[in-house]
Design a protein around this ligand. Structure first.
Ligand SMILES: [Zn+2]
Length: 403
């Protein structure tokens, strides 16, 4: 873990949990040294975590001067969070423990063009079923993180877009799900959540850009370990950057948007107008169709390969723009659309970045798939719940109890 600048410093308790998750058993002195915090501050943070049962003393180690130091270890089972990710095409749920490990997972009902008052009770039922099917006690669940598309008002827990139907705009999404489940609910942008999830699912660096692909294409950014949320929790609107200024006008008002040439929705829709529709049995579900096309392309179907390759190259070119704008040295791909074809998208983006990113002579840029592309956003949403809990000022404070 790197040192944080004062303006981005995490609350101590959250920082200690991150360090223990990363390093295993360590002493208070090591924690103080690693964070640059005083021993008194560290002792206070550790006391709070022990009183919550999140951290335990697990024996001693001898220091260089021979003084025994008590070692501390995270208790992963002491706390669990639910993470959900949905858009109109796909939805998955996970239960994640304090260490960021997935304790349970399931698919969620598909939203399609349905209204929120129809969907929310189904999400609540899916959460109930997932908890019941897991080994986790309901009382140990600290809340639900819900990752979905932006723009959003995270504080109010509402979406600021009439997608997929007008009823969703301003609908009290977080409040309604909290009411149906009895659990706290926090909403998060799906691409941003995928970035947070990637940090817990693999060795993501402290700063990186996220390319998120479900039916459409989005983006996210993690800076020094912290998500960049912009003004409206919309992530980076990668799908609506213009890749062809004289291209057709998009619904968004811009011309030649990436989404309209490279997204699984666009690729599937193009394929349905060709002989591929009958040959591969393409149905209405764009992600299912996209996976069928990707598989056919990998198996040598030239017509499918042409469509997939056009998407691959457009996305790679957009990734160069993303990296040129942000000067990151790492890009992470996440989202269910990368389940089947992620390797091809990664390889092509890497190749194009290696030969065309402006800063390539100064530093390299790596492209990686998130540890679990289809669940990264759900895991990240769950970790947002934990982060909110650890950042609350009175966490584990005995004097604040019973109020
Ligand atoms: Zn657009």
């Amino acid at each position: 873990l790197r040192a944080f600048g004062s303006d981005t410093r995490l609350p101590t308790v959250a920082l200690v949990v991150d360090l223990l998750r990363e390093r295993g058993a360590v002493s208070r002195v090591e924690l103080a040294e690693a964070t640059g915090l005083t021993r008194a501050t560290m002792t206070n943070a550790v006391r709070r975590l022990i009183s919550l049962g999140f951290v335990r003393e697990v024996g001693t180690a001898r220091s260089q001067r021979g003084t025994p130091r008590r070692l501390l270890e995270l208790q992963p089972d002491a706390c669990h969070m639910v993470g959900l990710q949905f858009d109109r095409f796909r939805g998955v749920g996970v239960i994640v423990d304090l260490a960021g490990r997935i304790a349970a997972r399931r698919e969620l009902p598909v939203v399609g063009e349905r209204r929120p008052d129809e969907v929310v009770p189904e999400l609540a039922a899916a959460v109930d079923e997932m908890i019941a099917a897991s080994a986790v006690a309901r009382g140990d669940i600290r809340g639900i993180g819900l990752a979905t598309y932006g723009p959003q008002d995270r504080d109010a827990g509402v979406l600021l877009t009439p997608q997929p139907t007008s009823e969703w705009q301003g609908y009290p999404l977080a409040a309604a799900l909290a009411e149906s489940t009895g659990l706290r609910v926090a909403i998060e942008n799906d691409a941003t959540a995928a970035g947070i999830g990637a940090q817990h699912l693999g060795a993501a660096p402290s700063s990186f850009a996220v390319v998120y692909m479900s039916g459409g294409i989005g983006g996210g950014l993690i800076i020094d370990g912290h998500p960049y949320r912009g003004a409206a929790s919309n992530g980076l609107e990668l799908g609506h950057i213009s890749v062809d200024p004289s291209g057709p006008v998009c619904d968004c008002g811009n011309r030649g948007c990436l989404d309209n040439v490279a997204s699984p929705v666009a690729v599937s829709s193009l394929a349905r107008r060709t002989s591929l529709a009958a040959r591969l049995g393409l149905g209405a579900d764009p992600l299912e169709g996209f996976d069928l096309l990707a598989r056919a392309a990998a198996e040598g179907d030239s017509e499918a390969a042409e469509l997939i390759e056009a998407s691959v190259q457009h996305l790679a070119a957009a990734t160069v723009t993303l990296v040129n704008l942000l000067d990151v040295s790492s890009v992470v791909l996440a989202g269910s659309a990368f389940t089947e074809s992620g390797g091809r998208y990664r390889d092509a983006a890497q190749e194009v970045l290696d030969r065309s990113v402006f800063m390539r002579h100064v530093h390299s840029v790596s492209v990686e798939l998130a540890g679990d592309v289809a669940h990264a956003a759900a895991v990240g949403a769950a970790m947002v719940v934990l982060r909110n809990l650890l950042e609350s000022p009175n966490i584990g404070d005995r004097s604040a109890r019973g109020r």
